[in-house]
Design a protein around this ligand. Structure first.
Ligand code: ADP
Length: 192
């Protein structure tokens, strides 16, 4: 199964992706996680991405497309994967389509987590507070100012993908404001 989780920052893509990993034994491909790993490891990609990520902008399409293309070629992706935080632009959407066409393994579904903006800001604040309380590092971009920028980037560059996948007949919406378990259930129903 090859699926994309789409939705604004803080919509719960990472949480639901983790559950898909557990239930279906497919890997989660999170470009955010991959980029943070590159930053932490001080790689060339990490050096290019760090300032952009800290400011809430989007890392260049070339960089993320390359990262995903490399990752999708690994053996654990053969039976499918959940893309989380990618594609985030129409250029990335074209790129993933080509990658998958080359492999003869098209997308099965794109699941949009539909969430009210107002709730997102408080979710992100909670994520930062929880991380701090647990003694974990707080993401630099999990603060209200940077979050505003991430939301702007989402509406400008990523939200157009909703129409793009709708036109392809691949889009399914799930209420992302429902309790976490209910969201999981709704997703499971869609992919059953
Ligand atoms: P979010 O919680 O906003 O969904 P992510 O962990 O997915 O956060 O991404 C964090 C940051 O990493 C983004 O704000 C952006 O700078 C960068 N990033 C992640 N995925 C992409 C992508 N597909 N294209 C461009 N930039 C990306």
């Amino acid at each position: 199964m090859r699926l994309i989780l789409l939705g604004p920052p803080g919509a719960g893509k990472g949480t639901q992706a983790q559950r898909l990993v557990e239930r279906h034994g497919i890997p989660q491909l999170s470009t955010g996680d991959m980029l943070r790993a590159a930053v932490a490891n001080g790689t060339e990609v990490g050096k290019k991405a760090k300032a952009i990520m800290d400011a809430g902008g989007l890392v260049s399409d070339d960089i993320v497309n390359q990262i995903v293309s490399d990752r999708i070629g690994e053996p654990d992706c053969a039976k499918g994967f959940v893309l989380d935080g990618y594609p985030r632009t129409l250029t990335q959407a074209d790129s993933v389509e080509k990658m998958l066409a080359e492999r003869g393994a098209p997308l099965d579904v794109v699941i949009e987590l539909v969430v009210d903006d107002k709730i997102l800001v408080s979710r992100i604040a909670k994520r930062a507070a929880d991380a701090q309380a647990a003694g974990q590092p707080v993401r630099k971009d999990d603060n209200p100012d940077v979050f505003e920028e991430r939301l702007r980037a989402y509406y400008k560059s990523t939200a157009p993908l909703i129409g793009y996948y709708h036109a392809k007949g691949l889009l399914r919406g799930v209420d992302g404001m429902a309790p976490i378990d209910d969201v999981t259930l709704a997703i499971e129903k869609l992919i059953a």
